[in-house]
Ligand binder design. Structure first.
Ligand code: ASP
Length: 590
């Protein structure tokens, strides 16, 4: 920061620039009044705050300024007297003396303190007065970090030859998988626009249009239940490129993510690892594995291949996690209540049950089921899980998918640190399945991603005969157990697109009626292409050390989707509804 850049008609410097080298200089600063401390009979200390920091001003105690008043202070920078230096703040060696104060605006007392004393204020109150919450250091830091991340992403994408192009917000409804926000049309009552779940269709059309490399920091909207890592509206780095394979896409996106991480943290993360979807599910029981901790799933199906124990005998897949006594003191992980709770949790997650086994002294297995296991099975179990005294083994026997997902969730429940903690472990998950099961009502396969993902070349022939075995050229980027984003190589062959639509129960006529505008252009020479999108809110939250994306969004919605400041969503005038051709159902029928 240089004084020149920060000086304006009203000020010469920022508060945060008041360091020892300014001693002796006369400066004019603007900002808000922070804490005030009376000092002796005639003097008071005022903290003056702007976004760059705070500086102590020595003022006559007759000065009538109160918390959060906006003032302009002219004074001389002086060294603080010995013994009064504050090492905890960057400007703690100096203070402003001989201050002349001009009140620019006064203020009502704020509903919560703007300094650290306001840290545990209820979130609804913070959101109701978000403009004051943003005045606080935490939000100032987070929003500026977010801007640094955006800027690094833009620079990286541009240096890799991408062109930034904006795409429409008002568009037709598309089959991308999430529930859409609809906007009624006034000119065509009864018709609706959809707000974009992502710019997916547009960016693919830009490839047909010969743009070659497109990117956009795009607002996306999905009407889905909100969580710590989900808001109705969120920002994505959205990118698409032509004449590429998946490695090209992953390399370019990795470059942008690494640049963003470096801009935020000052250090470059190691090259991003890769794992297939099958490995992720098999070893971690989840397609967004958190690699910061071990507790991998251990394969036991062979160990119990000829077991007499009924619950294991007929299971397609038997796996375990071993909860290390050293990491999780046995009392904490395996007290009776805790074990009952874990069993209940496993059942809720879809398992028929959960077998727990404690390893006691002399490698004796303590468990209600120990007596059903042969000596060899017990020894092999210990060998496979590498369990030692004090460890707790949790076993699930079920269909492979259930075994994996239940243990994957228990692993997260028991071992996962808060998302921002510890090292940053990025991982690419590749080779997702094209379909994730059969929809029981329609009897049709359910898409794993959006229906524009290209099937793996080797698997295309099995699209109709064995759809569940078909892999997609789709990949996700995961950071500390959060899905940062996903992408794929797209279908550019119109006939293949129709085959995929048919598999999803969308007939050729339906496809033409609903997405003709999208399919038609593919007849005019669509290049092979692929792309990716990742959530900027999620990346910034983790890099900022926050567990909730609301902390890195200026004006987010609450968990229930409302805005305590503006009261959105709100009702609208009857006249406005009439104009749109909308009549509301009585509340009871809603
Ligand atoms: N449009 C996709 C999404 O937002 C990402 C992609 O396939 O590029 O999830």
């Amino acid at each position: 920061m240089t004084a020149k850049n920060n000086s304006t008609a009203l000020r010469t410097h920022l508060c945060g620039e008041m360091h020892a080298e300014k001693i002796g200089q006369k400066v004019t600063l603007c900002g808000w009044v922070g804490r005030r401390r009376e000092h002796g009979e005639h003097l008071a200390f005022l903290d003056l705050r702007d976004y760059s920091g705070i500086v102590q001003c020595v003022v006559d105690n007759s000065v009538d300024v109160r918390s959060e008043w906006v003032i302009r202070v002219t004074g001389t920078v002086q060294a603080r007297p010995a013994g009064t230096v504050n090492e905890n703040i960057p400007t703690g060696k100096v203070e402003l003396a001989d201050c002349k104060i001009e009140v620019l605006n006064n203020a009502e007392p704020p509903p919560f303190p703007i300094d650290q004393r306001g840290d545990d204020v209820d979130e609804n109150v913070r959101l109701k007065y978000r403009y004051l919450d943003i005045r606080r250091e935490r939000m100032q830091k987070n929003l500026r970090l977010r801007a640094a991340v955006n800027s690094a992403i833009r620079k990286s994408m541009e240096s890799q030859g991408f062109t930034e192009i904006e795409t429409p917000l008002l568009m037709p409804s598309t089959p991308e998988g999430a529930r859409e926000f609809l906007v009624p049309s006034r000119n065509e009552p009864g018709s609706f626009y959809a707000l974009p779940q992502s710019p997916q269709l547009w960016k693919q059309l830009l490839m047909v249009a010969g743009i070659d490399r497109y990117y956009q920091i795009a607002k996306c909207l999905r009407d889905e239940d909100l969580r710590a890592d989900r808001q109705y509206e969120f920002m994505q780095l959205d990118a698409e490129m032509s004449f590429v394979n998946k490695d090209d896409v992953m390399t370019m996106i990795s470059t942008a993510v690494i640049a963003a991480a470096k801009a935020a943290t000052g250090s470059e993360p190691p090259p991003i690892e890769r794992m297939t979807w099958h490995e992720a599910m098999n070893d971690y029981g989840i397609d967004k594995p958190d690699l910061r901790f071990a507790m991998k799933l251990v394969e036991l199906t062979k160990v119990f291949a000829s077991t007499e124990f009924k619950a294991f005998a007929s299971a397609e897949s038997i796996k375990a996690i071993c909860v290390r006594g050293a990491d999780y003191p046995l009392q904490a992980a395996s007290g009776r209540n805790k074990l009952d709770a874990l069993t209940e949790r496993a059942k809720k997650l879809g398992a028929k049950g959960l077998v727990w086994i404690k390893v006691a002294d002399g490698s004796v297995l303590e468990s209600p089921v120990a007596k059903f296991l042969s000596a060899k099975e017990q020894a092999d179990l210990i060998a496979q899980t590498k369990a030692t005294v004090g460890d707790l083994i949790l076993i699930v026997a079920d269909q492979w998918a259930t075994t994996c997902s239940v243990l994957g969730q228990l692993r997260n429940d028991l071992g996962r640190p808060p998302v921002h903690e510890g090292p940053y472990r990025y991982v690419w998950i590749v080779d997702f399945p094209m379909f994730v099961g059969i929809n029981p009502t329609t009897n049709m396969p359910q898409p794993g991603h959006h229906p524009f993902c290209h099937p793996h070349q080797e698997d295309v022939d099995r699209l109709e005969t064995e759809p569940l075995s078909v892999r997609a050229l789709a990949y996700d980027l995961v950071l500390n157990g959060w899905e940062l984003g996903s992408g794929s190589i797209r279908i550019h062959e119109p006939e293949l697109q129709r085959r995929v639509f048919r598999q999803l129960g969308i007939s050729d006529e339906d496809a033409d009626a609903r997405f003709g505008f999208f399919l038609q252009p593919f007849k005019y020479g669509a290049p092979p292409h692929g792309g990716f999108a990742f959530g900027i809110d999620r990346l910034v939250a983790i890099l900022a050390g926050e567990d909730n994306i609301r902390e890195v969004i200026a004006f987010p919605k609450t968990q229930s989707g409302s805005d305590p400041m503006t009261n959105a969503p709100t009702t609208v005038d009857a006249a406005q509804l009439k104009e749109l051709g909308i009549r509301l159902l009585p509340p009871a029928i809603k």
